[in-house]
Design a protein around this ligand. Structure first.
Ligand code: CUK
Ligand code: CUA
Length: 764
């Protein structure tokens, strides 16, 4: 503590001195602020460790399950700033997810028995791995409620695929990846008959109900799960819970723990004690130890049976082929976490104070020697707990999940009942430190802490209750993620973060430098398939095609207009509007909606998206861009006119005219000349430096000239109208030149600022 105070004081001093030197922006000094806000020196230190100044970036990016929101939450560490919500199992309007045609198709992959399921209970995100290290390419996440798994591509942070588990009715132990992301593991939770739509009474639990674990084959090149190459292992009707893939020493194996190996069936309404009593009666449950590499070969050899068209290895075959073993684990365990070197497997029993550390070497020795203490009711060999244990450590009440540090042998385990995190040494089996969290922690997570190379530094506690931490917002309270500094011997609580979007169960964090997201799409890309979109067009190719009662629009978006600006249809027409964003500049996203037709698209630079609907109501419907994309964003609109069938105008009528004068025209022409002078000076600067070394600037410059290029022929046009003294047309076409100039200048100035701030050099 003394040490800490000294540190804090010198920090305070240094900061104070810094302020004194540059305090022009504020009359405050640090000591006054601390006093006024009631902050301690320790608070100040925590703030300094988490604060990311404007313009700077965080070190790690976290992907959190969004729980019942069916989404993924992306935030960065240590500032704990939220960056994005990714729509996964649930429609997400901002991204157009579920409101445009391509993303509807992704959500439709998640239909079960032909029914839309538009919510999910996401639990465990997993980042793709290469040699057991996070590679930052893909993210997987499971849906416990409706057994599904989703693939998110981290090039654009979009959900690309949803697969439905063919044999489970619920699941929990996913998503966990093997060390080179060959497979994504997903284990069942509540046992049920594996055949779809098959009914058996609960009295036949032992015979007809089954659990299991599915190995989803992942094709990294395609970025998709290949369902036909995926397979499952049938398991007894124990309630499989969490899984983890072996690594290093245990490469090729996977581990899935379970509870309710009692196979109890509750029934309060029948006078039977409830599940919670019957499912925790025994002192031990089973850890499933599975040789997935060998299992894949067994499937290849044709030894699996088909259930619902999916390859399933029966328990009998699994035992005969030596794929499946059980080890007792105390007591109603929850987490199973393989150590970074793959030599140990840590299991925590919710109702036991201990964590059990199993030795993979001992497990293998027992298997080789054929040394089993018994067989379970399904004939699966059971390895004796003593024969497999490395050590057991008493940590506290309600141990759940474990994560690892960059320091050898150091692990962190959440203590649900104690509301604490325990830091301990799994090699020597001793407790090192404990810290209180607020409150009732479920998962915890260290940076890259479930990979072969944990990065240490920070730990996030995912607390189930926030109780008194935040400003009250009603009975449904925010979730509470707490950031803890684990760089020293003693853990230090740094920051409380409320999460307002469903209960996150698990989160994974990756070094931000490993992520390589794109800033734009190749023009005309369907982002959900990564292929060229059939509705894409380039500038000048826009058109409206009618076939019977089908109207298809091929349009474009660029600041600040939508082409076309009028869409005429008849009542009952089926309307498809394809839109391509022609921008190359970073972050120039346009949105699109047609009023009251429940469609929305987010169209990032280069993307092509379609919205589709039936124009079933006669009337006038504005459509517009939904992202504030430029000074004239509000003008980025058009009208869809839904006319009665066979409607004809009664008499030829013209659009109303303005009352422009020669003076108006001359003023506009002058404005155009002045703006051109600004553009010329910016262009002179940009071309005087090495702008070609900055890809973002090159894209901006390309866009700028694209905009300016559109003025071609317009000068002749307005001069032609001026010669005929048509001041309205002369003025408006001159004005249109200015509109393009403004966008050019806007981009040019942004490029100039970027170059100045990023150290561009003069070139000859
Ligand atoms: S689970 Cu929720 S606290 Cu689904 Cu991994 Cu443990
Ligand atoms: Cu495009 Cu607003």
């Amino acid at each position: 503590m003394k040490q800490f105070n000294k540190q804090a004081t010198s920090l305070l001093l240094a900061a104070g001195m810094g302020l004194a030197a540059t305090a022009a922006w504020s009359a405050d000094n640090l000591a006054d602020v601390l006093k006024a806000r009631g902050l301690s020196q320790q608070d100040l230190l925590a703030a300094a460790k988490t604060y990311v100044p404007t313009g700077k970036r965080d070190e790690f990016v976290a992907f959190s399950s969004g729980g019942q929101s069916g989404q993924v939450i992306v935030y960065s560490i240590p500032s704990m700033r939220i960056l994005k919500y990714i729509g996964v199992f649930t429609p997400e309007p901002w991204q157009g997810y579920g409101f445009d045609e391509s993303s509807k198709k992704v959500l439709a992959q998640g239909r079960i028995d032909g029914k839309d399921i538009t919510w999910g209970d996401t639990h465990h995100p997993a980042i793709s791995e290469t040699n057991g290290e996070y590679d930052g390419q893909f993210l997987f996440i499971n849906d416990k409620a409706n057994p599904r798994l989703a693939v998110i591509d981290l090039r654009d942070f979009e959900t690309k695929q949803i697969v439905v588990n063919p044999i489970f009715k619920s699941e929990h132990g996913g998503a966990f990846v093997t060390t080179n992301t060959e497979y994504v593991i997903e284990a069942a939770q509540y046992p049920a008959p594996l055949e779809n739509k098959k009914f058996y009474p609960l009295e036949e639990m032992n015979e007809k109900y089954r659990g299991g674990v599915t190995y989803w084959k992942f094709d990294r090149k395609e970025g998709r799960i290949v369902t036909k190459d995926s397979f499952s292992l049938e398991l007894p009707p124990y309630w499989q819970d969490l899984s983890d893939a072996g690594k290093g020493a245990s490469e090729g194996w996977s581990f899935t723990n379970s509870f309710c190996s009692e196979r109890y069936v509750g029934g309060i309404e029948k006078g039977r004690p409830p599940y919670e009593a019957g499912c925790s009666a025994k002192d031990t449950d089973y850890l499933h130890v599975i040789n997935w590499k060998k299992a894949a070969e067994v499937v290849k050899a044709g030894k699996a049976k088909k259930i619902n068209g999916h390859d399933v290895i029966s328990i009998e075959t699994a035992v005969k082929e030596g794929l499946l073993y059980l080890i007792p684990e105390p007591k109603s365990p929850h987490g199973v976490d393989v150590t970074p070197d793959g030599k140990h497997i840590v299991v925590a029993g919710k109702l036991d104070t201990h964590v059990s550390v199993y030795s993979f070497e001992k497990i293998q020795a027992a298997i080789k020697a054929g040394k089993f203490e018994s067989k379970d009711a399904y004939g699966i060999p059971v390895i004796g707990m003593k024969d497999a244990l490395h050590t057991q450590v008493s940590l506290g009440l309600g141990p759940l999940h474990t994560q690892y540090d960059s320091k050898a042998c150091v692990a962190y385990t959440s203590l649900y009942v104690d509301s604490q995190v325990a830091k301990w040494n799994y090699c020597e089996g001793k407790v090192l430190d404990k810290i209180s969290v607020h409150y009732n922690i479920g998962h915890l997570m260290t940076m890259e802490g479930d990979s072969t190379k944990p990065a240490g530094k920070y730990l996030v506690a995912l607390n189930k209750l926030s109780i008194d931490r935040f400003v009250p917002v009603g009975p449904l309270q925010p979730q509470s993620h707490q950031l803890i500094d684990i760089s020293g011997d003693k853990m230090q609580l740094l920051y409380d973060m409320p999460l307002p979007l469903g209960e996150p169960h698990y989160v994974v964090a990756i070094d931000a430098k490993k992520l390589k997201p794109a800033v734009r799409y190749k023009v005309g890309t369907d982002s959900r398939t990564d292929k060229p979109h059939p509705g894409a067009v380039r500038a000048g190719e826009e058109k409206i095609v009618r076939k019977g009662n089908k109207v298809e629009v091929f349009g474009t978006l660029i600041r600040s207009h939508i082409t076309p600006e009028t869409i005429d249809v008849e009542v009952g027409d089926e309307v498809t509007i394809n839109l391509t964003n022609l921008e190359r500049a970073q972050d120039e996203t346009h949105g699109f909606t047609v009023s009251t037709y429940n469609v929305h698209a987010s169209v990032e630079p280069g993307k092509t998206v379609a919205v589709k609907f039936k124009a079933d109501k006669e009337g006038v419907y504005p459509y517009y861009c939904t992202e504030f994309c430029s000074a004239l964003h509000l003008e980025m609109m058009g009208y869809m006119l839904v006319k009665p069938k066979g409607w004809k105008p009664s008499a030829k009528k013209e659009l109303a005219k303005g009352s422009y004068t020669e003076a108006d025209y001359k003023a506009t022409v002058k404005k155009v000349a002045d703006t051109q002078a600004i553009i010329d000076s910016v262009v002179a600067y940009i071309t005087s430096v090495n702008y070609k070394d900055f890809p973002d600037v090159v894209a901006m410059v390309e866009d700028a000239f694209d905009q300016l290029g559109k003025t071609k022929g317009l000068k002749e046009k307005h001069e032609g109208f001026a010669a005929k003294k048509d001041w309205e047309n002369a003025n408006l076409w001159a004005e249109q030149i200015w509109q393009y100039q403004v966008k050019t200048a806007d981009l040019g100035l942004r490029a100039k600022t970027y170059l100045e701030q990023n150290g561009a050099r003069k070139v000859k």
